[in-house]
Design a protein around this ligand. Structure first.
Ligand code: WTA
Length: 652
């Protein structure tokens, strides 16, 4: 076939479908631009990952790349390394000590703090020494409940340095969520702050933390970061200390602990389909290999990049792609404390311009918000330093994709739509910007060497373009190893839907005629609200915790901005009457228990809920009502009449 014919064929195939191919110029300079890498990695899976692990510094090499005793994996068996050494010291030793490691941008304008790799080494060592002085030993879990302050990144690296796994609880979570996580992890130390700035105001954190540490028998020490600089928190005796006081006189040297590749690096609680959050366990060697390799290739990382991921470190995205991936690669990483609309709706673009950001990673919910605010905000700033744009957290709708491409990327930056999860640790389905032809809305293909599929209920691959369950068919280095204290739940949640070799992601997807993946979202009772993962079960238990509530069901309602918002259906206790005030009170109650992000968008009172004959609430029907769809077959319900009544309530 001639080139012309070939091109015509491609043209006709693509008719009606937007394809964005990398420019020749981009391809030429890309870290990886040979599509042959997919075939190579497929055929040499373990060597491929061993090569990636070689990018790190090891005290001792592994005996075996992978030991797969399904569904339990060990990667780089018997290898020894330290994550903090790999993220900091080795760059200093390679002459990069004066390079900027972290650019921290506070919410108040012009409050910027920069740390070079050498300075980061000093700060991390000091805090690591302070932790040791407090009695933290290898294997002890340290809990963090902090806003986006530099001490959070420093704290994680300090823990990694001494082999103490960390558990970060998102600062927007409630005291009771913090309490549950401290106790579950049996943490001896909590690191928190007095407060932080949000939209120009000061937000209290210390009081929330105080509430969270009530009834936490294992806890011995609380460290307070004086973010607001007021020095006015009332510290209680020896148990509560200021961060600045305990690091002040510490030496700037702290020998990194030689960790086994399979030692736990951190624990991250995430919502599951029951009320109890799951403690996802990530380990050392495989995790760092996975996040550094994907960060390098997916963002096409260069030495002089300024990379900014807008996530909060309280979520996995911040762990993998603000802290560990970028720093392992010696990349300058930006951390921002505040919101995108303070002091005005151009704050992000002001930061991009100010620091000449070249790689930018954000969430679809933010992009849709920028779109609503209008292109005049990005237009005020010079965004020409941007080279690659990323998206994560939920499916990105093609309209938002194109807006991002045009108004942020100036029509020149590839967009990497990356599908992954807390459990996968690293990006799994993602374009490689120097190779992949992009289709807006599709996360495209698996990262080289990985294997994913979409199955029907019986475990057969679904035909092209038909929907099914997304699965991963091969272990990968940064996969979760287990659920903390719940090894059986690890097997039953992820490896039992089909067989023990097939990882069940809980997402729905389809594969198109070009083998591109289109992820549609969760198929279980997990909601994705503005990129935050929330369990409907947790919200339901928060509702029934209120004396007025006899029974409750929470489902997701599609939302233009946030993707989904929670809606609560409530049957009241006979002593209570429905009212707007009560609905408001219940919303507030859930917000108190889970945190503001869990606050239901609406509460709908009803005499009854659609139930099966055995009494199970049919949430599926409620979901359909919220989507404005027909309820479908209701004949198997014990109380089909209630559906019509509810339908009217929803349309009100
Ligand atoms: C969703 C965040 C479509 C998905 C890294 C997944 C996505 C859940 C994408 C994990 C994407 C994440 N396209 N859906 N590019 N990225 N998701 O654990 O439903 O907070 O299961 O990890 O987010 O959320 P988590």
């Amino acid at each position: 076939m001639s080139d012309d014919e070939e091109e015509a064929k491609i043209e006709s195939r693509l008719e009606g479908e937007d394809i964005y191919s990398p420019s020749e110029e981009f391809k030429k300079q890309a870290n990886v631009n040979d599509p042959g890498i997919y075939e190579y990695a497929e055929e040499n899976y373990e060597e491929f990952w061993a090569d990636k692990a070689e990018r790190l510094d090891w005290y001792e090499k592994w005996d075996e790349v992978l030991n797969w005793d399904a569904p339990h994996a060990e990667w780089f068996v018997n290898g020894k390394l330290n994550v903090s050494y790999n993220c900091i010291d080795r760059h200093v030793e390679n002459g990069e000590g004066d390079k900027t490691a972290i650019i921290w941008e506070g919410e108040p304008l012009d409050e910027t703090v920069e740390y070079t790799f050498s300075e980061l080494q000093d700060e991390v060592s000091k805090f690591a020494n302070a932790l040791k002085d407090m009695g933290v030993e290898k294997g002890d879990i340290v809990t963090f409940y902090l806003p986006m302050v530099p001490e959070l990144a420093i704290g994680l690296l300090a823990c990694a340095r001494i082999g103490a796994p960390h558990s970060v609880v998102f600062g927007g979570f409630s005291p009771s969520a913090l309490n549950e996580r401290i106790n579950d992890a049996e943490s001896k130390v909590l690191v928190t702050a007095d407060g932080y700035y949000r939209r120009g105001g000061e937000i209290e954190m210390w009081e929330k933390a105080q509430e969270g540490v009530e009834d936490t028998p294992p806890l011995e020490k609380v460290v307070c970061v004086d973010r607001l600089g007021r020095d006015e928190v009332e510290l209680d005796g020896d148990e509560e200390v200021y961060y600045h006081d305990i690091v002040e006189d510490q030496p700037t040297e702290c020998e990194p602990e030689k960790m086994d590749a399979e030692d736990m690096l951190f624990l991250m609680y995430t919502s599951g389909t029951t009320g109890k959050p799951k403690g996802v366990v990530h380990t050392t060697g495989g995790y760092l290999t996975g996040v550094s390799a994907t960060h390098d290739w997916v963002f096409d990382i260069k030495d002089d990049d300024v990379y900014w991921c807008t996530a909060d470190i309280g979520w996995i995205t911040g762990h993998s792609y603000i802290v560990y991936g970028p720093l392992a690669n010696g990349t300058t990483t930006v951390m921002y404390e505040g919101t995108p609309d303070h002091p005005d709706k151009d704050r992000f673009w002001q930061i991009v311009e100010k620091h000449e950001v070249s790689k930018f990673y954000t969430a679809p919910t933010a992009i849709r918000m920028f779109m609503k605010w209008g292109e005049e905000y990005p237009e005020k700033h010079d965004l020409s330093t941007l080279k690659v744009l990323g998206s994560v957290g939920e499916p990105i709708n093609p309209k938002a994709w194109k807006w991002y491409y045009e108004h942020i990327g100036g029509g020149e930056c590839p967009i990497v739509d990356t599908w992954w999860q807390t459990e996968t640790g690293m990006m799994m389905i993602t374009p490689l910007p120097g190779i992949t032809d992009l289709k807006p809305g599709s996360a495209t293909k698996t990262f080289p060497g990985l294997k994913a599929d979409v199955l029907d209920e019986d475990g057969n691959s679904v035909p092209t373009n038909e929907g099914g369950y997304l699965v991963v068919k091969r272990p990968w280095p940064s996969m979760l190893r287990t659920l903390y204290n719940e090894p059986e739940r690890y097997v039953s949640t992820y490896w039992s839907e089909y067989d023990e070799e097939t990882y069940f992601a809980g997402d729905g997807a389809r594969i198109d005629e070009d083998d591109y993946f289109w992820v549609v979202g969760r198929l279980d009772d997990v909601l994705n609200v503005a990129g935050h993962r929330l369990s409907t079960m947790e919200m339901e238990s928060a509702l029934v915790d209120h004396p007025a509530v006899a029974e409750a069901a929470v489902v997701g309602k599609p939302d233009d901005m946030k993707g989904q918002v929670p809606v609560g259906y409530v049957i009241l206790d006979s002593n209570y009457e429905p009212s707007d005030e009560l609905a408001e009170e219940l919303r507030g109650h859930v917000g108190e228990i889970i945190g503001p992000i869990g606050k239901p968008h609406a509460v709908r009172f009803s005499e009854d809920l659609p139930k099966t004959r055995s009494g199970k609430i049919m949430r599926r029907i409620l979901k359909k009502l919220e989507k404005g769809e027909s309820a479908g077959d209701t004949s198997t319900l014990r109380n089909p009449d209630i559906v019509e009544e509810l339908k009217e309530k929803v349309s009100e």
